[in-house]
Design a protein. Sequence first.
Lengths: 300, 342
Amino acid sequence: MATTAAPSEARRPGAGAPLPVPAVHVPAGSLRGDLRAIKIVWQRELIRFSKDKLRMATSLVQPFLFLFVLGTGLSHLASAGTHGVNLRTFVYPGVLCMAVLFTAMFSAASLVWDREFGFLREMMVAPVRRSSLVLGKCLGGATVASFQGVIVLCLAGLVGVPYAPVLLLEIFALQLVLAFTITAFGVMVAARIKQIQSFMAVTQMVMLPMYFLSGAIFPVSGLPQWLTILNRLDPMTYAVDPMRRLVFDHLNISAAARRALDPGVTWWGWHVPTLLEAGVVAAIGVACLFVAIVEFSGRE
Amino acid sequence: MSEAAAGGGSEALAPPAAASISVHGLTKSYGEVEAVRGIDFDVAPGEIFGFLGPNGAGKSTTISMLCTLVKPTSGSATVAGFDVNDQRDSVRRNIGLVFQDTTLDTYLTAEQNMRLHAELYGVERELVAPRMRQVLEMVGLWERRKSAVATFSGGMKRRLEIARGLMHSPRVLFLDEPTVGLDPQTRSSIWSYIQELKRAEDITIFLTTHYMDEAEYCQRIAIMDKGVIVVLDTPDALKASVGHDRVTLQTDDDDAAIAEIGDRFQITAQRSEGAVILGVASGEHFVPRLFAELTVPIRSVSVSRPSLDDVFMSYTGTTIRDAEASAGEQRRATVAMFRRGR
């Protein structure tokens, strides 16, 4: 490092001569500059998340409620239809998605805080592309949300899901995609909504229906038509369904149970493959990201 | 305070050909409200240039246009040689900004805020550490670099913002009301940092203020009122241009006193802040005549040499505080429109 001087003598104003630090020159816009911007915005998300232990804890409350309270409380009632599979095991894939959902949305919400507390301005006046800032934000949100997902992933043993390395990796990858999409969606909404209260209200209004319609707490076959339609329109469906398939692939259960609990999503009778489902989630994420970039680039 | 005035000289700085900031016919309207109505000025490299005016005069809007945060409605401006409309990124690379409201991430430490800024501005990696140390020492925050900004006082936050604005060695530093909301002691320390900065760096400083005493620190001042520049000169030249002392009276009947002064002395007195104010060539000689001839009982009288307050008064016909009171209504309307449009 080129600290040749002992600049401590200039601590007080009036201490005299300029210090021999070479002149800083801000380079013209470049790919490297944008990558640095993406990286630092991403890092900031991680730093903020790591400092916020309370947030880490509170965003686990809801997944735990669903997994242990709902999963245990309803297990007797549901035992007739689950072919011997524990209800907690059945809702576990949905809870894996839920952990990601709330954290990712919270990350996006911090953008509204940034606006209220002024920090957004510091980023908006920087000589970098807005797309770099938005992308860094989405990647940061995706990373912290996936981390939260990993905490729930660690509970697999408690609900009878084996710790198979391939399974864990596949689940993590899917969580990453979902986390990215939810953050991008949140950032897109945050570009328009200026007040944190409104943002929270809107996201609550969107998140809970998305979660309930997704099939996280019921199998998606044999539903009334209106519910089938809503279910197939819900982006979360395409995260929960492959998640459940991944988990059930590693369970030792009867074929009947598998058919009843993990029927898979169909489009007009056609079985949608896992990769396409993940692709749907990713595509929605990219679309939201694109809209968010356009919105942020458009404003002054 | 005036002995601290930067440069101190009364020689007007003629802007050289390569002005640091050059503004021509700049306007900005928010719907019906004309926040800035056509202003022209140049700022020389290395100058400390001040925009003085009440809240709502258009100072912040002007600064926002020069910083490329707000698009001008019409007119043109260059900053550090780059056009604010067509070369936004080049302008941004060459300016440092300190806003009225804090734009720090209070969750992060001072050092993390500085690093974040350095990364966003692409400061060469090997220069980040030494430059950060240099600017943090300049504002006396080097020892506190590991502390979260949330633990900082208002004055420390402002100093950190100034240091951060300097991190990438901008050629022009914009300070929007750098001392607003700070206690007098902190305000004067902020000013000593700004003066120190002027000595240590080759930089042009453009600032806005509505504190008259602070405008004395500037080499030149533009007084802005209701969206236009009413006068632009050095503080000394402005005060000389007023050319009279200010007599402030407390009377039993202000209206009668104003009328009587008009009749007997042919002087237009004004009412301001519960007192009667008038300008006369020689205050000491006028006061005895006043006592002898005025029939309205006088409760107190004071005479003062021209200050920037008087300059403001003589060019706008009101004191800056009164102007703020009346601009309040209009400003709220502007802000509301700005918010909606944002």
